[in-house]
Design a protein around this ligand. Structure first.
Ligand code: GH3
Ligand code: MG
Ligand code: MG
Length: 316
């Protein structure tokens, strides 16, 4: 399979859109120079302060940041440090741009995780070439991550990703004394769906359910993974039991609203899901992440036993 074909299958839209470049500089004249160098090949976003840059990186992550070192208020080093310390923004490549060609400054910037250093006044063709190299590397590493951490059929995160994420989020919830919720989700009478409509339609159904679950989660830290077969799991950091129950009910309604006809289901005339919610609330040091997962699974089983197409939940 050609690489381009592989990329577009695994990361729909990655090739169709222009790379997103964020230019951060407190002097608008410098931003204009960069804009002229890149506006044809990239979507250029601009920030005139470190705080604004961090906000943009969280709300609409760029593919690369060109970051001025010396700025009033928060300087470029501090911005880079904060970007690298947040999992949501840590993988965005940063290139420092500075008027001072000082080796110790360059070493410091690279030690903070920047991929390159560029000196002002810039030579547009050199900067374009370097940015292109780093964008290529960024897309390659995104592709590799999607191969390792995404499920091929549905595009949701895979079991490997979920297992790692659960351990990480469990530790974080212990550290920060914040709740952690899981929702286990299983398609009802899916074997009968396959038998009646064929395996191909079964696959289409799983894709649609997966997309609906992903669209139903609003926070960037909320994740959906395919747990196995026709089973999905949502991990909801910093989410109370009550909120997780609300979200689970919304997901149940959203899948029902797809109106995928399922004539063989005993639960409804359309495809439905059963959901089990479990929340780590008050911190209890004797419990483990496996206990939370087992509880979510037990609640899913309870929803199945009580008639399916419903939500059951409990606090750990
Ligand atoms: P329940 O309501 O109790 O969950 O019943 P069910 O039929 O959904 O559950 P069961 O575990 O008996 O069957 C799950 C079915 O899901 C069987 C399997 O063939 C199907 N399945 C698992 N993975 C895939 C897949 O990737 N594609 C398709 N089309 N079907 C799949
Ligand atoms: Mg099922
Ligand atoms: Mg199942």
């Amino acid at each position: 399979m050609r690489l381009n074909q592989l990329v577009s299958e695994l990361m729909p839209g990655a090739l169709a859109r222009k790379p997103k470049l964020l230019v951060v500089d407190d002097q608008t004249i410098n931003i204009q120079v960069m804009y002229q160098a890149f506006s044809e090949d990239c979507q250029v976003f601009m920030a005139t302060s470190g705080a604004q840059a961090l906000q943009i990186c969280k709300d609409n992550p760029p593919d690369l940041v060109l970051l001025d070192v010396v700025m009033s208020g928060m300087d470029g080093f501090e911005v880079c440090t904060q970007l690298k310390s947040d999992a949501l923004t840590a993988l965005i490549p940063v290139i420092f741009v500075t008027a001072h060609s000082d080796e110790s400054m360059e070493t410091h910037g690279l030690s903070l995780g920047a991929v390159d250093f560029i000196f002002k006044p810039i030579n547009p063709s050199v900067v374009r070439a370097r940015v292109k190299t780093h964008l290529t590397l960024k897309f390659q590493s995104d592709l590799l991550r999607s191969l390792v951490f995404r499920d091929g059929l549905t595009g949701a995160f895979n079991r490997r990703f979920f297992d790692e994420q659960l351990i990480e989020e469990w530790a974080r919830s212990g550290r920060t004394h914040s709740p952690l919720s899981l929702i286990m989700i299983d398609v009802d009478f899916f074997k009968k769906y396959n038998d009646r409509y064929g395996h191909q339609s079964g696959d289409d159904c799983l894709r649609a359910v997966s997309q609906t679950l992903q669209a139903g989660l609003k926070r960037t830290t909320d994740r959906v993974a395919r747990y196995g077969g026709e089973e999905f799991v949502c991990i909801l950091p910093d989410t109370s039991f009550e909120s997780a129950m609300d979200i689970a009910h919304q997901l149940e309604q959203a899948v029902r609203a797809l109106k995928l006809v399922h004539a063989e289901s005993d639960a409804a005339a359309v495809v439905t899901v059963s959901l089990g919610v479990a929340t780590r609330g008050a911190i209890n040091d004797t419990t483990t992440s496996d206990d939370l997962l087992a509880l979510a699974d037990a609640q899913l089983y309870a929803a199945k036993k009580s008639g399916r197409a419903m939500v059951c939940g409990r606090k750990l």
